[in-house]
Write a protein that binds this ligand. Structure first.
Ligand code: GLV
Ligand code: GLV
Length: 328
């Protein structure tokens, strides 16, 4: 069996693959071009890729021997899953292991933007600090504030759980109601408009798909309180960035914490850079040693399971496995 790996992932996972299969790993610390990925998948039985690799129909067509695309990420919007399914290729992802890392980053962004920590850091480094000041960079606490969570999956639920420690009131919106957060955390299920109107912090935890693309646009930002903050650790395209940038510029909302960008994998929108009421981080949601190690193990396990004819723990398109079984 032959495997193509687009980026070096932590050894705990990578060595599981290289120890078993004839493996080609991109030796460089950079994203490969589409042509390089096409060359890479030719004749390979498995592809291990990251969320910066756009695995479109062209690549899938060229991977004529592929049995599995193992994504080193929980989100799989970078992969044309329908095209993979049509070709009988299993697509797997890495949910669960990065839940707390991402939820913690969401709180980090809430605290950082609401308490002016990045602005304060810049201020001190400019040698502008002349001692404690009763009115300097006075911000907003989390305690007693309403947190509106949009998307109550694994990560949304972890954010909900952690919000209890900060003494926040919880409301949420999701495709379907989640009884456990209502019962255990007293979260109220509300309609989208209601959530936007009432929340002091709105935190996004939906996957990117046709339904969620652009779900926060100018109208949604207009409905939010002037004093509210928007936190996005999901995917850039969930928010209409032009609208958000305008809302931040005109102080329609108080601020934002943004970890993900519509221009990924190429970068971020430079129009953010001059705004003082936004904190920007470079897609760090899963960037903890524990999460990245767990993702590596999981991505390797998923890939190996498919190649060995077993059902992987995390499969996005389970319908292809029956088909693969028939072909064996
Ligand atoms: C990170 O954004 C992931 O989807 O794993
Ligand atoms: C005001 O918003 C505060 O939280 O202190």
């Amino acid at each position: 069996m032959e495997v193509f790996v687009t980026r070096k992932i932590p050894k705990v996972g990578l060595s599981e693959i290289t120890g078993r299969y004839d493996t080609e790993v991109n030796p460089e610390s950079r994203r490969l071009s589409k042509d390089e990925i096409i060359q890479g998948v030719k004749g390979k039985d498995a592809l291990l890729c990251t969320l910066t690799d756009i695995i479109d129909e062209d690549i899938i067509q060229e991977g004529t021997s592929l049995k599995v695309i193992s994504n080193y990420a929980v989100g799989y919007d970078n992969i044309d899953v329908d095209a993979a399914t049509k070709k009988g290729i299993a697509v797997t992802n890495t949910p669960g292991v990065l839940t707390d890392a991402t939820a913690e980053l969401a709180f980090g962004l809430m605290l950082t933007v609401a308490r002016n920590m990045v602005k304060g850091d810049r201020f001190v480094r400019k040698d502008s600090f002349e001692g404690w000041d009763p009115t300097l960079m006075v911000g907003s606490e989390l305690k007693g504030k309403t947190l509106g969570i949009i998307g109550m999956g694994n990560i949304g639920s972890a954010v909900a759980e952690k919000s209890a420690a900060f003494g926040m009131d919880l409301i949420y919106h999701n495709r379907s109601r989640v009884e456990s957060v209502e019962k255990e955390l007293g979260a109220d299920y509300v309609e989208m408009e209601d959530l936007l109107e009432r929340s002091d912090f709105v935190s996004l935890h939906v996957p990117l798909n046709e339904e969620t693309n652009g779900m926060i646009g100018w109208h949604e930002l207009e409905v939010m309180k002037d004093s509210a903050y928007l936190i996005n650790t999901a995917r850039g395209e969930v928010v209409d960035e032009e609208a958000l940038i305008e809302a931040l510029r005109s102080k329609k909302i108080a601020g934002a914490g943004v970890d993900v960008f519509a221009d990924e994998p190429y970068g971020a929108n430079p129009d953010y850079y001059d705004l003082k009421n936004v904190v920007l981080t470079p897609h760090l949601g899963s960037a903890s040693r524990r999460a990245r190690g767990g993702m590596a193990r999981m991505a390797a396990d998923n890939l190996i399971a498919v190649l060995e004819g077993r059902v992987p723990e995390n499969i996005v398109n389970p319908e292809v496995l029956e088909e693969q079984g028939d072909r064996r």
